[in-house]
Design a protein around this ligand. Structure first.
Ligand SMILES: C[S@@+](CC[C@H](N)C(=O)[O-])C[C@H]1O[C@@H](n2cnc3c(N)ncnc32)[C@H](O)[C@@H]1O
Length: 257
């Protein structure tokens, strides 16, 4: 199941990732004075957190989605942050100033590159010597209960998708090495993702994903109705005292230029 971060559901995405975000922030370890670049920043929760931690430093969020960037700007304004900026751009080729950044971060924003080699070379060039890269990426689809359970409910197996393109540790390590990174490490993260406070909101959330819409389309009207009944059963089985949760597995990937 691929995650296209729909702008209207931005706060839903932040809520979904609430447990993973704690791990991500800790790994980023933004220091006062850091100049931070957030790649595929979406609506900018992680950029705002970086700007706050950087104090007199700065945070720049870049994303290809104009509505996401617009929303990110508004949210940063609402928080009164003055050391933050957002640009619409493709991080694969964006002409960032060479050696201008202390830390490149990304929470699930680096898996969608068409040319990952060129993209990571561009990010390495942007970092100052010894600058750090910290990104959170999904492990393989079949290790992620959220996608396995929802696909199964809808009668399909988990399909290959861009969301899992950095799941293979040796391939990702090689990709970063060739791009100019050293000290590459992957740490296993097993934290659940939150789909909403109740089954109805979890269903709305699950149905906001493009892949869910595509599967339902393939099933046709009757099949889709049955699929949705099974989806509600699955969501009910995952409902706890504080909402609907699925297990997830991600990597925190760290490297230095
Ligand atoms: C799953 S969302 C994650 C958003 C954000 N990092 C967060 O955690 O809220 C992936 C984001 O990457 C962006 N994206 C995909 N390819 C990109 C590229 N080549 N350059 C910049 N942003 C990109 C998408 O527009 C989307 O906002």
């Amino acid at each position: 199941m691929s995650r296209t971060d729909k702008v209207e559901h931005a706060s839903g995405y932040d809520a979904e990732l609430q447990r993973l975000d704690v791990v991500f922030r800790r790994a980023c370890a933004v220091r006062a004075g850091d100049n931070v670049l957030d790649v595929g920043c979406g609506t900018g929760q992680t950029t705002r957190a970086a700007a706050v931690a950087a104090h007199h430093g700065r945070a720049l969020g870049v994303d290809t989605s104009a509505p996401a960037v617009e929303r990110a700007r508004r949210l940063a304004e609402d928080e009164g942050l003055d050391n933050i900026a957002f640009e619409r751009g493709d991080a694969q080729v964006h002409p960032f100033r060479s050696g201008s950044v202390d830390l490149v971060i990304s929470r699930f924003g680096t898996m969608f590159f068409h040319d990952a080699g060129a993209a990571f070379a561009n990010l390495a060039r942007t970092l100052r010597p010894d600058g750090r890269l910290v990104m959170m990426v999904w492990q393989a689809g079949n290790r992620n209960e959220w996608t396995v359970a929802i696909h199964r409910a809808l009668g399909e197996e988990v399909a290959e998708s861009a969301a899992f393109s950095l799941a293979d540790p040796s391939r990702t390590t090689e990709l970063l090495k060739v791009a100019g990174f050293v000290d590459i490490g992957l740490d296993d993260v097993a934290e659940p993702v939150w789909y909403g406070p109740d089954v109805a909101s979890a269903e709305t959330w699950a149905r906001s994903f493009t892949t869910t819409t595509e599967v339902l389309g393939r099933l046709g009207p009757d099949g889709a109705e049955q699929g949705l009944d099974r989806l509600r059963e699955t969501l009910t089985a995952h409902l706890g005292d504080d909402g609907v949760w699925f297990d997830s597995r991600a990597w925190i990937v760290t490297a230095r230029r």
